[in-house]
Design a protein. Structure first.
Length: 133
């Protein structure tokens, strides 16, 4: 199992991301196959991004601690947002286009009825105003 390694894992993730959507789409009625495959491609790309953030997180050195903390925050945030993209898209029929959104809204806003998109903007603004001591 040791020979499997990170490169093989990455190859598996990439291959599944690009092959699985068509395989899943082919399970839908013929009229909906392309739309479903496109929707599943979006979901699997978000899952792929989640895994990539988690892998990078694991590779961040433990010292210096400030690098580990900063990298952990960024990777956790990126992984969470990527996972939310997949989860929120899955809330709507995969054989139909997702609902239309406007600027500064996303599918999670539509799915939950909460301004989820604005949380990210708020966090970025809050972090940018924190003063160094």
């Amino acid at each position: 199992m040791k020979s499997f390694g990170l490169p093989s894992l990455l190859l598996l993730i990439v291959a599944l991301t690009h092959i699985a959507p068509d395989l899943i789409g082919s399970l839908y009625p013929e009229a909906n196959q392309v739309r479903a495959a496109t929707a599943w491609h979006s979901v699997l790309r978000a899952v792929e991004a989640t895994f990539l953030y988690l892998i990078v997180w694991l590779l961040i050195p433990w010292t210096p601690v400030v690098v580990r903390i900063a990298g952990s925050v960024v990777c956790a945030w990126g992984a969470a947002e990527s996972f939310m993209i997949a989860g929120c898209r899955l809330q709507f029929p995969m054989s139909q286009p997702p609902p239309k959104t406007t600027l500064y809204t996303g599918l999670c806003d539509v799915a939950t009825g909460w301004p989820v998109y604005m949380v990210t903007i708020g966090l970025v603004l809050a972090v940018s105003f924190i003063k160094k001591k």
